[in-house]
Design a protein around this ligand. Structure first.
Ligand code: GAL
Length: 377
């Protein structure tokens, strides 16, 4: 199965860590439907680490923790499927997961069968405790083969944090998305560090090969498993805008049962999601001749011939930010400009942008525009 556009969904880890259970998953699934997130495109409910018993059963199979998941995983899969969504689970290349539960090393085929028998649609596969005598690509290739052998379509979410030359072999081994960095934290610094580390790595992104910059922290407000001070709303906006521009998977990490209205609207923003889901999956082009450190700006070709632009302000005050169109090759002869819409407010901009795109951007915030190249005169 080809995964044509970046997977979208929700994952337990960022907010709940090991505190997961059946009721939480079902309530989250309900909230995703009731709050319009499913219809906005968020499809997968992913149960991360800490779902299993400490030991396998007498036949070597993984077993769900009966206190956390009293009806087992197939029950949850049925519930999630009945709501028109899909279910993801988690395991690890090593003998133990990162949190110390049984990992899949040397049990890949039996575990893949367990996931398929439970009608799981997506597997996140981690890299803790991996053996040093087997290389990373071999371990991921092995699990991909095991998943394929089940005959069930299962999205393969590789989570080796970009280690061991991932870009060289990720397409070969059949990963559909690959974590390119260490874990995100709920802070603006973490968001920008992750994004900046990947600016030159998007060329490989495409169907069934999405650069996964980790789950979203939007709306976590410094509560949960990855808190590190939290972010302002404008910072969460920058996070979401950049993950959309770069076409990273969009896995919500906050508690959607109690999500703030402004965050919910941001996560459902149709223009930003359309950029994230653009079938062309063209990498972003850095477009800024002046002070790109403080005002990073990017352009992107979209599949229908339009363009998307983002302008970020890293200063601590509102600033006018400029995106220099000549920097992406537009001739400065006054004949061409961009007719744009502000993706976040939905406002159509009357004035055609010639030479520069100019926007007032709040501290640590981002504006995103999309539109057509038009003949001016
Ligand atoms: C990390 C992974 C996180 C989360 C965690 C679970 O290695 O990057 O996203 O899955 O393990 O223990």
């Amino acid at each position: 199965m080809i995964v044509r556009t970046p997977p979208m969904g929700w994952n337990t880890w960022n907010t709940f860590g090991e505190n997961i259970n059946e009721a939480l998953i079902m309530e989250t699934c309900d909230a995703m439907v009731e709050k319009g997130l499913r219809n906005a495109g968020y499809q997968y409910i992913v149960i991360d680490d800490c779902w299993s018993m400490d030991e396998r059963d007498s036949e070597g199979r993984l077993q769900a923790d009966p206190v956390k998941f009293p009806h087992g995983m197939k029950y949850l899969a049925d519930y999630i499927h009945s709501k028109g969504m899909k279910i993801g689970m988690y395991s690890c290349c090593g003998p133990r997961t990162c949190a110390g539960y049984p990992g899949s090393l040397d049990h890949e085929f039996i575990d893949a069968k367990f996931f398929a028998d439970n009608e799981i649609d997506y597997l996140k596969y981690d890299y803790c405790y991996h053996p040093r005598n087997l290389n990373c690509s071999t371990l991921y290739n092995r699990m991909r083969m095991a998943l394929n052998a089940t005959g069930r379509d299962i999205v393969f979410s590789v989570c080796n944090w970009g280690d061991d030359g991932t870009l060289e072999w990720i397409r070969a081994v059949g990963g559909d998305l690959y974590r390119s960095t260490g874990d995100i934290e709920d802070s603006f610094r973490s968001i920008m560090d992750i994004f900046n580390s990947q600016i030159n790595n998007f060329a490989l992104s495409g169907p069934s090969c999405f650069n996964d910059m980790d789950m979203l922290v939007c709306g976590m407000n410094n509560k949960g498993n990855v808190s590190a001070g939290g972010c302002t709303f404008e910072e969460y906006k920058t996070h979401f805008a950049l993950w959309c521009m770069a076409q990273s998977p969009l896995m919500i990490g906050c508690d959607v049962r109690n999500v703030d209205d402004d965050i919910l609207a941001l996560l459902k923003n149709p223009d930003l999601i359309a950029i994230n889901q653009d079938p062309g999956v063209r990498p972003i082009i850095p477009v800024n001749m002046f002070n790109e450190e403080r005002y990073p700006a990017y352009a992107k070709h979209l599949e229908n011939g339009e363009y998307a632009f983002s302008l970020t302000n890293l200063e601590d005050e509102t600033r006018e930010v400029f995106l220099i169109l000549a920097d992406m090759g537009l001739p400065l002869d006054g004949h061409w400009g961009f007719k744009l819409r502000d993706c976040i407010t939905g406002e159509e901009i009357d004035r055609v942008a010639e030479d520069i795109i100019k926007a007032e951007v709040k501290a640590h915030s981002t504006k995103v525009f999309r539109g057509k190249l038009v003949r001016v005169r």
